[in-house]
Structure formats: structure tokens, C-alpha cells
Design a protein around this ligand. Sequence first.
Ligand SMILES: [Zn+2]
Length: 145
Amino acid sequence: MKVPMTEYLEIDLDRELWMCRVCNHEVGPARQSYKEGLLVHARDPREIHKPILNPEWYEFTFAPDPKWVQILEYYCPGCGTLVEAEYLPPGHPPVVDMEFDIDALKRQWAGRKPLTEAELAGPDMAGLSHQHSHSRKQKAHKHGS
Ligand SMILES: [Zn+2]
């Protein structure tokens, strides 16, 4: 049984693995941080939040100072999907943002049916489901899975 945990990650409870929901890549053991199985790009925050003022004229430009913050982007090695991004002080280890009791999840899901596509998508609050071009189903289709 695969249980969705985020838009791009699910846990295969039978094999105790984090999986990419886009390409089914096996990210890593579900009892460890999924981030250990992803590719990391440590970004200079000035690339993402560009200076508003000319850095040659002003000390403070409204762009983040890379001595104080870096942006870590985590990508699936299988399909390149950006799975997570976080802002951290330079040198800070990746944040453990999800840690599940796998045994409790197994007990919880033992009596449940797998979620249907409609249940996974949730309610169509804005009535835009036919126009949305970034749905998981379409991405999975593009990658042939
Ligand atoms: Zn993937």
C-alpha cells in the first residue's frame, strides 16, 4: 500500500520506502529523512531574490545576504521534480520536517482501501480541474508511468 504524504512523495508501507509520486523513483528508507535520497542544490539566495537596489551603490539591496541564509532545493534523481525547498543558515544541516511512525501508519492503513485519483486530487474548489496543466496524473503520463 502506497500512502501519499506530500504532493510529490508517498510511502510504500510494504517495502518501507519513500517514493516519488511523479516517476516512482525509490527515494530511500521511510524510517529515515527522504532528503537523504534526493539531489540537493544549495542556491545563493540572491539568485532567487534579486537585489532591488543596485549592489554597486548600496550595501543593503533587499536581497538576502548569503552569509546569513542559503536556499536548499531538493530534487528527485529520477525525474528532476523539485520536491522541497528550505531556507537555512549556511552550514545548518537539512531540517527533518517529516518523521512518521511507520508501524503506526501500517496499523492505520491495514484496514483501508488505497485512495482513488479523485480522493487524491481533493475537491475542485475553483472549478479549474480541466484547465490545470500541472496535475500529477499528467506528469506521470508524460514520464510513461
Ligand atoms: Zn521522480
